[in-house]
Structures are given as structure tokens and as C-alpha cells.
Design a protein. Structure first.
Length: 84
């Protein structure tokens, strides 16, 4: 790899604000904010809105749309169209 063209790849803490969960990994992300991690070192912290801890797909709380029920409810409310 050529020197001087790649961003710094270093330890960064990603913090999921919705689930109050944080994890340490390596990344090229930068941040002005820092956090003292469990090992006593200070790392840059990047706040994210969602991670595997709070995402409905991974937590099992995903909603399944009932399209047949929605169609039936629409037809009850507005009536079925005749003909065509």
C-alpha cells in the first residue's frame, strides 16, 4: 500500500444511544468526542442511532405487515368494486 494516502485506522468506540450500548472496534471514523473505555484508555466515540442491539431485525421485534388484512379492511370500509 502507498504511504500517506489512506486515513488512519485506529480503535474507535461506537455508542448506540437508543440501547445504551457501546462497543470498541477499529475504524477510520473520526470524532471530536472521546470516552474512557473499560481498559482505562481514552478513545474517540461515534454516536449511532441504531445497532444490532436495538435493530428490530436482530432483536426479534420486527413487524410483519399483514397485506391481506389491510386489503380486507379497506374493502369493508369502502366496499368492493363491482365489475371491471
Amino acid at each position: 500500500m502507498r504511504e500517506g494516502i489512506h486515513p488512519a485506522y485506529r480503535p474507535v468506540v461506537f455508542r448506540d444511544r437508543a440501547a445504551d450500548h457501546a462497543f470498541l472496534t477499529r475504524s477510520t471514523m473520526t470524532s471530536e468526542k472521546t470516552i474512557e473505555w473499560e481498559d482505562g484508555h481514552t478513545y474517540p466515540v461515534v454516536d449511532v442511532e441504531i445497532s444490532d442491539v436495538s435493530h428490530p431485525f436482530y432483536t426479534g421485534n420486527a413487524r410483519v405487515l399483514d397485506t391481506a388484512g389491510r386489503v380486507e379492511r379497506f374493502e369493508r370500509r369502502y366496499g368492493k368494486r363491482e365489475g371491471r
